[in-house]
Design a protein around this ligand. Structure first.
Ligand SMILES: Nc1ncnc2c1ncn2[C@@H]1O[C@H](COP(=O)(O)OP(=O)(O)OP(=O)(O)O)[C@@H](O)[C@H]1O
Length: 266
């Protein structure tokens, strides 16, 4: 079982999970554009972090890829296919975990494969594989309320990965965690995504978190409260390698540059 999933994953690393936004804009109802002119190409297996002031449209971008929201103009494609509704090729990790409290950890992770109609033995294999990957094999029979916040978020990640998505969308996933747990989750996410090869779009308010995790950092600015649609201000490549030291000069220099851009006038 694990061999099958791993070979699918390595295929992901080179072939699937290419996201493209071409001149994408979003209006809620008949209101003004909340965001507009969003152009971005994301390569398979890339982790792109989106930062920017509150209300510039970061979550809107994720929700449009997820298919939770329609886009009003432009085009979004995943591996060349137009994105218009939710699908198992895109998994969403929310800040508040979104686990079903009446299901055990294993049952939560098994949900997606069950919906897909996979046979029981294959489902169990996936549950084991992804709970092991997030380090939670031992709590498979517990309920979400019996776990810490960090553990619940790990279950949420395993639940998404068990669907073997090509893209994982993460909206402030570690925002509710204490600093130590958050750091641990960041290094776990780096390890996990290297292992599964899924493309990741990651929204965060923490510039340090973005620099720790991302291949590129997209800075958004503007938004309805500024009177102009949210848009991309600048994109930074992060070329700090895999073992990033937040106290290094290179790290703090980049963090400072990004912070200046985020806090500049819209
Ligand atoms: N369902 C909705 N209906 C109407 N307006 C909305 C809706 N969802 C978001 N908006 C508006 O769209 C704009 C962008 O919201 P969005 O949540 O994408 O911003 P954000 O950058 O993620 O903000 P935050 O960092 O605070 O989460 C905001 O002005 C928000 O009020």
């Amino acid at each position: 079982m694990s061999t099958t999933a791993e070979s699918t994953s390595s295929a992901n690393q080179t072939t699937t999970g290419a996201l493209s936004f071409a001149n994408v804009g979003k209006r809620y109802g008949e209101g003004p554009f909340a965001m507009q002119g969003f152009d971005l190409e994301v390569s398979p297996g890339e982790l792109v972090a989106i930062v920017g002031a509150s209300g510039c449209g970061k979550s809107t971008v994720l929700r449009m890829i997820a298919g939770f929201e329609s886009h009003s103009e432009g085009e979004i494609t995943l591996d060349g296919k137009h994105v218009s509704s939710p699908g198992p090729d895109r998994g969403f990790v929310f800040q508040d975990y979104g686990l079903f409290p009446w299901l055990t950890v294993a049952e939560n992770v098994e949900l997606g494969p069950k919906e897909k109609g996979l046979p029981r033995v294959e489902r169990r294999g996936l549950v084991e594989q992804y709970l092991d990957l997030v380090g939670l094999g031992r709590v498979r029979d517990k309920y979400p309320h019996q776990l810490s916040g960090g553990m619940q978020q790990r279950v949420a990640i395993a639940r998404v990965l068990a669907n073997r998505p090509t893209v994982m969308l993460m909206d402030e996933p570690f925002g509710a965690l204490d600093a130590l747990t958050r750091e641990q989750m960041q290094s776990d996410l780096s390890r996990i995504r290297r292992s599964v090869g899924t493309t990741v779009l990651f929204v965060t308010h923490s510039i340090e978190e973005a620099v720790r995790l991302a291949d590129r950092v997209v800075i958004m600015t503007g938004g309805l409260s500024h009177g102009i649609p949210g848009h991309i201000r600048r994109i930074f490549d992060v070329t700090l390698g895999t073992d990033r030291d937040p106290t290094s000069v290179e790290f703090t220099d980049l963090e400072r540059l990004i912070s200046q851009e985020v806090h500049a006038q819209a």
